[in-house]
Design a protein around this ligand. Structure first.
Ligand SMILES: [Zn+2]
Length: 295
């Protein structure tokens, strides 16, 4: 798919900045162009109908349960802590009350299951059939294919979450428009995405692991999420960093650079990035945006 306009703000001034490599699956290169108006990055020439084959890798940890290797083990450790942070955030936003949650891009279902344990009414959307079945069978969850989102059977959610999902969604505007319809007036939309304003991105550039092409179709900045929210009459009420991401992303990026001692170097660079995002959330590797309908 070749984009001549920005999917977020519809501007046609797109500048080519870099060519990024798919290090995890295909080793193919993809061009990323950036909107000069809202700084959304766009991966060019992704064949959406063939995107499934780019997810076929045991290294793609967010879609599998492998525990092989130090980086994967750390990922799973971090995921445990992040799970608790996510559930705490949702409970707080809902005033400590139980609510109704839709998690789009549920993956293996760990987060949704935690919320179910907290007595929330939970529903999930997951595009990959195998992953969906894993979530249903392992945790007895209600997880559906993406078509379900648009068949008018869903409504009135207290919270809708997309944890590192929106960057994978081809029909960006269609999803946001539907979310707008099914989120309660006082409900919260949680969008967590990589941030290409991340301080370590300047250092790694084309090796930055969070480009993750062609799986990441879009590369958001705080400005692009703000622009997207304005378009759908949403407002950002909170931005939070994800504390492990600078370390994880930096380690992977150092590995992609082909440097030795990737773990130590990556941790060191990750620490700089962590401190930078501690001071300014707009420089975080990934940002959790808490969003509401505009007043
Ligand atoms: Zn734009």
């Amino acid at each position: 798919m070749y984009h001549s306009r920005c999917p977020v703000c519809d501007h046609s001034e797109l500048s080519s900045l870099l060519s990024a490599k798919d290090y995890t699956v295909s080793k193919e290169n993809f061009e990323i162009v950036f909107c000069e108006n809202c700084q959304t990055g766009i991966t060019q020439n992704v064949k959406i109908e063939e995107i499934g084959k780019y997810y076929q890798s045991a290294d793609y940890v967010s879609h599998s349960d492998t525990r092989k290797g130090l980086i994967n083990q750390l990922y799973h450790f971090a995921r445990k802590i992040m799970l608790s942070q996510k559930t705490t955030l949702l409970s707080r936003l809902n005033g400590g009350e139980k609510g109704k949650l839709l998690d789009i891009g549920t993956g293996t279902g760990y987060f949704l299951n935690e919320m179910k344990q907290k007595k929330w009414e939970v529903f999930g959307i997951e595009a990959d059939q195998k992953t969906r079945h894993f979530a249903i069978q392992t945790f007895d969850l209600q997880v559906f294919s993406p078509e379900k989102l648009f068949d008018n059977s869903f409504s009135a959610f207290d919270a809708i979450s997309l944890w590192h999902v929106l960057e994978h969604v081809a029909e960006l505007n269609k999803y946001l428009a539907q979310i707008k319809q099914i989120l309660k007036p006082a409900g919260h939309l949680i969008i967590a995405v990589p941030n290409h304003w991340a301080s370590e991105q300047n250092h790694y550039q084309e090796y930055w692991a969070a480009w993750d092409v062609p799986r990441h179709l879009w590369h958001f900045s705080p400005l692009s999420i703000q622009t997207l929210c304005d378009k759908f009459d949403f407002q950002i009420v909170e931005k939070k960093m994800m504390p492990f991401d600078p370390f994880y992303i930096s380690m992977l990026s150092t590995k992609y650079q082909g440097k030795s001692f990737a773990f130590v170097r990556g941790m060191w660079r990750g620490l700089f990035s962590f401190l930078a995002s501690w001071q300014d959330v707009n420089q975080a590797s990934s940002i959790i945006y808490v969003i509401r309908h505009k007043d």
